[in-house]
Design a binder for this molecule. Structure first.
Ligand SMILES: NC(=O)c1ccc[n+]([C@@H]2O[C@H](COP(=O)([O-])OP(=O)(O)OC[C@H]3O[C@@H](n4cnc5c(N)ncnc54)[C@H](OP(=O)(O)O)[C@@H]3O)[C@@H](O)[C@H]2O)c1
Length: 324
């Protein structure tokens, strides 16, 4: 197939493109900054510069492709509401219009379990969980609206994947942020430290995408994707820090206190326009149990995680060491 990967210049998109090229597909990478994809371009990926906020440019990128993997998004814990709306809602509408215009046979939206996150513990949450009345962030809200746009577009054959907490070489958000905060002594342990989380090694996401492209009978479906291992988050963080030789005395601070502090920081950020050190969303993500049921993906997509969390952490740390 000839496949367009929006956000092909980003962390998840790069790994998805690598997998699709390895499977023998032709891949078009859409993004704006091609500085980190030299290796992919050298292996035959086609660069396509387009902004998700420019519907005509997005439609142009959809010309001549059989499938679109829509990874491009503004994915940050904080930022102006209008920026999330323009990229995550407007960009998804533009991709759907492009798929329609050019009769693209399959569209895969990379969404997130953040869309149903209530800020409380989630234990084995299934895809049937409703959207919350109040979203935990602009990111979550706009990704949920993007999902609804995709489901409503019954003239575009689509699958929605919701990978939870993606990690791996090239990630700049998850582990690197935690490590940077620990290095400067600014990482408290959020809550009692017993919360379990599901993580997803990035190549497992790429594997799920490859399945969603071709699996019959999954049109219109939404799937949680994780490693299927419930990991004690703070045990993992301590292990990673100790392997990196970072002395970390992670002082436990009650979740409610940190959430209050984060609320104040967000209020100040709304005035200064500068990103707060903490948001209530980040506090909840670090302090709550978040496990997701992947039995639908196992049964109907034929998904099995290929790389374990332990192996994924080894590969991620090796990637960090070689990048130094
Ligand atoms: N990482 C996770 O833990 C995680 C978990 C669940 C779901 N997801 C989803 O996975 C997808 C990829 O996330 P990621 O972690 O790979 O994020 P990332 O590294 O920040 O990549 C985001 C991508 O979106 C592109 N993009 C952003 N704004 C754009 C715009 N205005 N026009 C064109 N392209 C734009 C970026 O391209 P340029 O930089 O070239 O502009 C980049 O390629 C997102 O949809 C996210 O919601 C991620």
């Amino acid at each position: 197939m000839r496949i367009l990967v929006t956000g092909g210049t980003g962390f998840v998109g790069r790994h998805v493109a690598t997998r699709l090229l390895r499977d023998g597909h032709r891949v078009r990478l859409m993004g704006r900054d091609f500085g980190e994809v030299g290796a992919l371009l050298a292996t035959g990926a086609e660069p396509w510069r387009a902004d998700l906020r420019d519907a005509a440019a997005v439609a142009g990128a959809c010309h001549g492709v059989d499938a679109v993997i829509h990874c491009g998004a503004l994915s940050a814990p904080w930022g102006p509401r209008a920026a999330f709306e323009a990229v995550n809602i407007g960009g998804t509408a533009a991709v759907l219009a492009g798929c329609r215009t050019h009769a693209v046979a399959r569209m895969v939206l990379i969404s997130s379990p953040a869309v149903t996150f209530t800020g409380r513990d989630h234990v084995d949450t299934t895809e049937a969980a409703p959207y919350p009345r109040r979203f935990s962030s602009s990111y979550a809200r706009t990704k949920a609206i993007a999902e609804q746009l995709v489901r409503a577009a019954d003239d575009v054959s689509s699958v929605i994947l919701r990978p939870k907490a993606v990690f791996g070489p090239g990630d700049r958000a998850l582990l690197p942020r935690v490590i940077a905060a620990a290095r400067t002594g600014r990482l408290p342990q959020v809550g009692a430290g017993r919360n379990l989380v599901d993580l997803t090694y990035v190549e497992n996401v790429a594997h799920a995408v490859a399945l969603a492209l071709t699996r019959p009978g999954v049109e219109g479906r939404t799937f949680h994707i994780t490693n299927g291992e419930h990991v004690p988050l703070w045990g993992l963080i301590r292990d990673v820090l100790s392997r990196l030789g970072i002395p970390a005395r992670l002082r436990p601070v009650p979740l409610a206190a940190l959430s209050l502090l984060a609320g104040l920081m967000e209020a100040r950020a709304a005035i200064t326009g500068r990103e707060p050190l903490l948001t209530r969303y980040t506090v909840a993500i670090l302090g709550r149990t978040q496990t997701y049921d992947i039995s639908a993906a196992r049964r109907d997509l034929g998904y099995t995680p290929l790389v374990s969390v332990a192996e994924g952490v080894d590969r991620t740390l090796a990637g960090l060491a070689s990048a130094r």
